[in-house]
Design a protein around this ligand. Structure first.
Ligand code: C2E
Ligand code: CA
Ligand code: CA
Ligand code: CA
Length: 277
């Protein structure tokens, strides 16, 4: 009776039930929200060593009718589990491509790139390549201005399949970046095998760069390795001049973080970066 009681207690754990209910409400809301045009893209500048904008990372937000602006970490994992990441990811890709086409029309913005985050589940989907082709075709965006940010979690899956897909997209002009580098479990040998253009040093290593010798060593080593493999490196989460200086001194050439600009709606980002004439 005691054992059964324990199981019963676990099954009816009110906290867990409330969490499950909250999740299914959020999932239903997200499904509706996708149809109701509630998603927004914010753009965060990526700059060079002189602070000049090279492009931007598109970061999704959800304008919920009652909850307000929901950050991606509150709904992307849910979207991944429920499969909603596919329509969501497709929407992000289309928006970003439409923005590239707008940028292509003006001299001040023609050279800029856009990076989007592609989750492992989205990338692995059998329809992914066709979806990318469809969006590139209908928007007319220049694929050479588009970068896909992938995470190391992708490497748990069929690497041959992933290499094949990356090859097809590369042939189309799309570039690849390995996001959150150093936080996952990837072996360094993947760095050689994957056709990457770029590594992004995770902000968790940049944060205490000036005070934690281990973080400093990781960042220096990553920069050395990436540069010798011919990869471009973006340092994420750069918030201070001190971090910026350290990174520059160790060979980093691309930077992203609050020091240069927070993620903003496109018009505000363009204004802040002096891209409007
Ligand atoms: P991420 O790809 O690593 O994006 C960088 C995150 O760091 C963003 O959080 C950005 O706002 C934040 N950040 C940028 N600079 C600084 C800084 O100087 N200091 C600090 N403390 N933070 C900084 P955000 O926008 O909340 O996005 C969180 C994560 O959600 C992203 O991490 C990415 O993994 C995911 N995500 C965002 N948009 C999408 C999307 O369209 N699709 C997918 N699959 N995932 C997305
Ligand atoms: Ca990213
Ligand atoms: Ca990142
Ligand atoms: Ca991250």
């Amino acid at each position: 009776a005691k054992a059964a009681g324990r199981n019963t207690v676990r099954f009816f754990d009110p906290e867990m039930q409330a969490r499950l209910r909250e999740r299914s409400v959020l999932e239903a809301d997200l499904r509706l929200g996708l149809g109701r045009d509630e998603l927004r893209l914010h753009y965060q500048p990526v700059v060079d060593a002189g602070g000049r904008i090279l492009g931007a990372e598109a970061l999704v937000r959800w304008m919920h009718p009652t909850r307000g602006l929901v950050p991606p970490l509150a709904f992307i994992p849910l979207a991944e589990e429920s499969g909603l990441i596919l329509p969501l990811g497709q929407w992000v890709l289309r928006q970003a491509c439409q923005q590239l086409v707008l940028w292509d029309r003006r001299a001040a913005t023609r050279h800029l790139n856009i990076a989007i985050n592609v989750s492992a589940r989205q990338f692995r989907h059998p329809d992914f390549i066709d979806q990318v082709e469809e969006v590139l075709g209908t928007t007319g965006a220049n694929a050479r201005r588009l970068k896909f940010e992938l995470t190391e979690s992708l490497l748990f899956h069929d690497v041959e399949d992933i290499l094949g897909k990356m090859g097809r997209l590369r042939a189309r002009g799309v570039g690849f970046s390995l996001d959150d580098f150093g936080t996952g479990y990837s072996s360094l040998s993947y760095l050689k095998r994957l056709p990457l253009d770029q590594l992004k040093i995770d902000q968790s290593f940049v944060r205490d760069l000036l005070t934690d010798p281990n973080d400093a060593a990781i960042v220096r080593t990553t920069l050395g390795l990436a540069l010798s493999l011919g990869l471009e490196v973006v340092a994420e989460g750069v918030e201070t001049e001190g971090q910026f200086d350290f990174l520059r001194r160790h060979g980093c050439r691309s930077f992203q973080g609050y020091l240069f600009g927070r993620p903003l709606p496109i018009g505000e980002m363009e204004q802040q970066q002096g891209l409007l004439d």
